[in-house]
Design a protein around this ligand. Structure first.
Ligand code: C2E
Ligand code: MG
Ligand code: MG
Ligand code: MG
Length: 286
């Protein structure tokens, strides 16, 4: 009986997996040309200076407004775009749209754009970035490109060279989701970096009170970043207690739902308005 039950389970599992795979294929199909059809939406999430609660930057986070399913999160469609080779089209749209919106936001506010490892395989990526900055008259130093550690897993030398080329445009490079996956301290020596973003799993350990191990790790990484001359952003700040702990641990910059969820670009402009960095943040985060 156990065997039959196990077999039955397997059959149901296979059927649902088949469904999931065909749903993924359908979505991947529909994603082709989504940028050209105007189905992509640029969302911007504030990154806050924890010393004074001022707006320091926005991170661009893309969403896909599917005609039937509504807003599809990037965690779902970015991997599809990477697998089907259309990440370049989407990535270029995000870069150009971010540069376009930058003009509407106080020049003291930085813009951060996520780059997929696949995009770093494109020999023209440096030119795409340079062109976007030029077309919308954004000073290169205002743009930060967020990459993840997987950059170095495949490609190695070539992708490292491409990263150097990207940085040569004047854009800054940020290492995203630091501390997870295959992250290694050697990346801090090998990669040309300007910013370190601590994965939100670390801050999450401070939500229900103090976690001594997490606190030690965060304090030490914050000090490591400072010693290396890197900006340091903690992701996933959701509560005021967590924020107070992170401040006490010496974290200079933060991002999270406590300050704001990712906002449609036009709402982000309102958030940043009054013509100076930091406007609109005070009441929420004081
Ligand atoms: P990420 O770059 O690490 O972005 C941070 C993610 O954490 C975002 O999810 C953001 O909405 C979420 N987040 C921010 N604050 C909080 C918080 O306080 N609590 C919680 N639970 N979550 C928070 P999102 O927008 O769903 O994006 C997921 C991932 O998709 C991003 O992770 C990034 O890896 C990728 N992604 C998003 N936009 C792009 C893009 O334009 N290009 C590429 N290549 N990847 C993108
Ligand atoms: Mg990011
Ligand atoms: Mg991240
Ligand atoms: Mg991530």
């Amino acid at each position: 009986a156990a065997k039959r039950r196990a077999r039955g389970t397997t059959a149901r599992f296979d059927a649902s997996m088949r469904e999931e795979i065909s749903e993924r294929l359908r979505l991947a199909d529909e994603l082709v040309g989504a940028a050209a059809r105007g189905e992509l939406r640029l969302y911007l999430q504030p990154i806050i200076d924890l010393d004074n609660n001022r707006l320091k930057a926005f991170e661009a986070l893309v969403r896909w407004e599917h005609p039937l399913h509504g807003l599809v999160p990037p965690g779902v469609f970015i991997p599809l775009a990477e697998d089907s080779g259309i990440i370049g089209e989407i990535g270029t749209w995000v870069l150009r749209e971010s540069a376009r919106w930058a003009a509407q936001i106080h020049p003291g506010v930085y813009l951060s754009v996520n780059l997929s490892t696949r995009q770093l395989e494109d020999p023209l990526i440096g030119e795409t970035v340079r062109q976007a900055l030029e077309d919308f008259e954004v000073p290169p130093g205002r743009l930060t490109l967020e990459i993840t550690e997987s950059v170095l897993l495949d490609g190695q030398a070539e992708q490292l060279a491409r990263l150097e080329a990207l940085r040569a445009t004047g854009a800054r490079i940020s290492l995203d989701d630091f501390g997870t996956g295959y992250s290694s301290l050697s990346y801090l020596q090998d990669l040309p970096l300007d910013v370190l973003k601590l994965d939100m799993s670390f801050a999450a350990r401070l939500i229900d009170g103090d976690d001594p191990h997490a606190s030690t790790i965060i304090r030490t990484v914050a000090s490591l970043a400072k010693g290396l001359g890197l900006d340091f952003v903690v992701e996933g700040i959701e509560t005021t207690d967590q924020l107070a702990r992170l401040r006490a641990l010496g974290c200079p910059l933060g991002q999270g739902y406590l300050f704001a969820k990712p906002l449609p670009a036009n709402e982000a402009v309102v958030f940043a308005s009054a013509g100076r960095p930091g406007a609109g943040v005070q009441q929420q985060a004081a």
